[in-house]
Unconditional design. Sequence first.
Length: 456
Amino acid sequence: MIFKNALCVYPHQEGIPEKKYCIPIGLEYIATALKGLIEKVTLIDMRFEPNLGDFIKNDDVDLIGLSINWDYQREAAINVISGIPAGIKVIVGGRVATTYAEELFERCPNIDIIVRGDGEEIVRDIASGLSLEEITGISYRKGTKIIHNKIRELCSLSNINYPDRKMRRNPYRLSLKKVDCGIGIDFISTSRGCPYKCKFCTFTNNPLGQKRLWSARSAESVVEELKEIDANFIGVVDDNFAVDMKRVEKICDMIIAESIKKTFMVNARIEIYKHPQILKKMYKAGFKILLIGIESAQNKTLKAMEKGFDVAEAEKALKEIGKVGFYIHGFFIIGCIDEDESDMLEIATFAKRLKLDSINLSILRTEKYSPLNDLIANREDYYANSNDLICSKKYPLELLKDIRRSIRRDYYTYSTIFRIAKKIVTSRVVTFRIAARLASIIIVKQVFKKKKKRKK
């Protein structure tokens, strides 16, 4: 074996979001892929085990792999990497690493290899001792030069093993507003990619601009993995779980037949309303929480962003989906191109009309290969700030944040908060005690915000 002792590390440091309920499932896929090719592979989540040095000094570590998927992790990861002793091979991967490969090589002289894109097949090539010149999809250090090999074709999810949860060293629990819900949580990936082409979405392309075609695991494979999961709450991390509703129906049928009793949270599009019988089956199988991207209350924006539906169809769809009893969380975007303040403020009213249970408000952002770059390239009034958030001369970041706060205040009334608490209890997502505690925290925050607004 080329390597004897590898650490697969999820980097963290104090001062950045912990999100301890977010399982580093991508890193777990990598650690699992290395099994059998390296004598010892240890998975480390630094949110729980912050002293990486303890693992290095107490063992003969010769390989460390780190995953950087979120911008807020970047500086923490650089600090962790910079502290790794010389003589240990360092491999870095993830969305951020792929996007900022040159910067990471420059700031961290001890990085040997950066994996660009999907890593499961690549790390096996590296661990098997394949010459770096022959491995597509990597950038690596060769003397004083950085060599960028050609892009690797994205792998099919059906060709790789799902994570070995026995490698996991820490328990993961569902938390909301930093309140421990007392529920074990786990993630599962049943598909990758999305066939739709929404202009704001950066997740259906990898950071190199490669379009990820939708690739799915079989229903049998998904249910086989579910049988090994102890947690009662499962987050399905697919970009779009419901691309193939026949596959969804088969998964549901098998879950029901196997008497698997869990609560699932999935991303889906409004088009699922066209399959009312499958929706009922989804709810029966435990798929009780739907995350749906609506994005805007304006037809002009939905058309420009190529969402594939308009306001009228969204209303029709949510009316049908709502009949089943799902908890529905809607995503909206603040600062869409050519929207003014009144357009944005309509989101609260629109969300209520759709009878969404809760909403998420994100400021429009771009990435290196996002189609949004073409939209703003010839618009002198729009620009991307240092965090890739899209702002304009009329609506700078602080004003967009103020508008977002106004929408939240308008939407999250006391009656809405109590309705949310009631629904998550009746759906058996959390206990009454936890729901009451969450409601009280949100209400206190709302009162504080309103008092703060009056003082201004």
